[in-house]
Design a protein around this ligand. Structure first.
Ligand code: SAM
Ligand code: SF4
Length: 361
């Protein structure tokens, strides 16, 4: 049988195996030799904020609740993924902390043994409710945390996220700073006319709380399809603005990490830039994504999805061995179908139909 990459919005008829995908014994290696070690799991498309570059203010089409994967289903997919070489699971969304069973998800995923021992469980969050939940998250096995903050200015935050909740985010960051989770990372999307005048201030804020700031180039993933290449703030521009305050020295040894890093004034602080648009790092990409409604994606920008719902809930799903085999086959098919690069810079590029909140950043 042949696996069918699904055009977004459609469902694959069955969990079929791609005949020429790499054998299971080789793990998740794509046709360009990239070994996949990182699975981003989106737990929900819902969110407590409405960042302009991610979600519309109103009229968002939510995923049907019945299609959202249960904790058991997530854990089962993660177990099969770990058996095929995935070592890091990053929980994301939407806002992962909105998920009522978040502590249980962290606990159960962090107990999975990978091919090199226990897996790592990380999370990307907007920080709202983090202060309250952090002790339980750490006790459950969370090992790494990225918190998103695009401005330290109250009014700007309210305008940009359409919610007046900056104090909740500050509280979350303070709790994370007081914990042992390190490195603690803060994510900032750089935006012209929104926060491009406070990029050094954001780095200074991160240094004060003992975190590392990573700027992200804005990508064409907004639900409103308003992204504009001409106005996006580039890696070069970010570095230029930071260099006006500090001397920056490149940190070698990036590996497969999305962020390039620079040492600030000789160290110990560092700043990162994720330049997905102007300096893509697809050649070293080791990431796969699982959407909250059970679709595997091999790239943020892909227009194909690999449907796990049939593997998990279809006629053959009553048998655990068959279920695991079907999930493994779909994971390998998804990896096999991965293109060498994301083609954002190609004139024929088509923005994915899903917004970032429904893909999982
Ligand atoms: N709600 C959580 C948060 O904001 O951290 C997790 C999900 S969010 C989609 C993950 C990351 O994607 C955030 O750091 C966010 O800033 C980033 N992001 C969302 N839309 C983006 C876009 N169009 N371009 C670049 N980064 C984006
Ligand atoms: Fe929510 Fe994160 Fe998207 Fe902002 S970036 S709307 S916090 S999912």
């Amino acid at each position: 049988m042949t696996a069918v990459p699904v055009v977004i919005g459609m469902r694959a008829p069955s969990a079929a195996v791609l005949a020429d995908a790499a054998p299971a014994s080789q793990g998740l290696v794509d046709t360009h030799g990239r070994v996949h070690r990182d699975l981003r799991i989106s737990l929900t498309d819902r969110c407590s904020l409405r960042c302009t570059y991610c979600m519309p203010e109103q009229g968002n089409e939510w995923l049907a609740r019945t299609s959202i994967l249960s904790t058991d289903e997530i854990v089962e997919v993660a177990q099969v993924a770990a058996s095929l070489g995935i070592r890091t699971f990053r929980l994301t969304g939407g806002e992962p902390l909105l998920r009522a069973d978040i502590i249980d998800v962290v606990r159960r995923v962090s107990r999975i043994e990978g091919d090199e021992g226990p897996v790592e469980v990380a999370m990307t969050t907007n920080g709202i409710t983090l202060a309250k939940k952090l002790p339980d998250l750490i006790e459950a096995g969370l090992t790494r945390l990225n918190i998103s903050i695009d401005t330290v200015d109250r009014q700007r935050f309210a305008d940009l996220t359409r919610r007046d909740r900056i104090d909740d985010v500050f509280e979350g960051i303070a709790a994370a700073a007081a914990s042992d989770l390190r490195p603690l990372k803060l994510n900032t999307v750089a935006m012209r006319g929104v926060n491009d005048d406070e990029l050094p201030d954001l780095v200074a804020f991160a240094m004060e709380v003992g975190a590392q700031l990573r700027f992200i180039e804005q990508m064409p993933l907004d639900a409103g399809h308003t992204w504009d290449r001409a106005s996006m703030v580039t890696r070069e521009e970010i570095l230029e603005k930071l260099s006006a305050r500090w001397s920056l020295e490149p940190v070698p040894g990036r590996g497969g990490a999305p962020a390039e890093k620079w040492r600030i004034d000789g160290g110990p602080h560092e700043v990162g830039v994720i330049a997905s648009v102007t300096a893509p790092f697809c050649g070293a990409c080791d990431r796969l994504r699982l959407t909250a409604d059970g679709q595997l994606r091999n790239c943020l920008f892909s227009n194909a999805e690999y449907d796990l719902i049939d593997s998990l809930r279809g006629p053959a799903a009553s048998d655990p061995a068959q279920r695991a085999a079907a999930i493994g086959a779909m994971l390998r098919s998804c990896v096999h179908g991965k293109l060498p690069g994301h083609a954002i810079n190609d004139p024929s590029f088509l923005q994915p139909a899903r917004g970032m909140n429904a893909i999982g950043g």
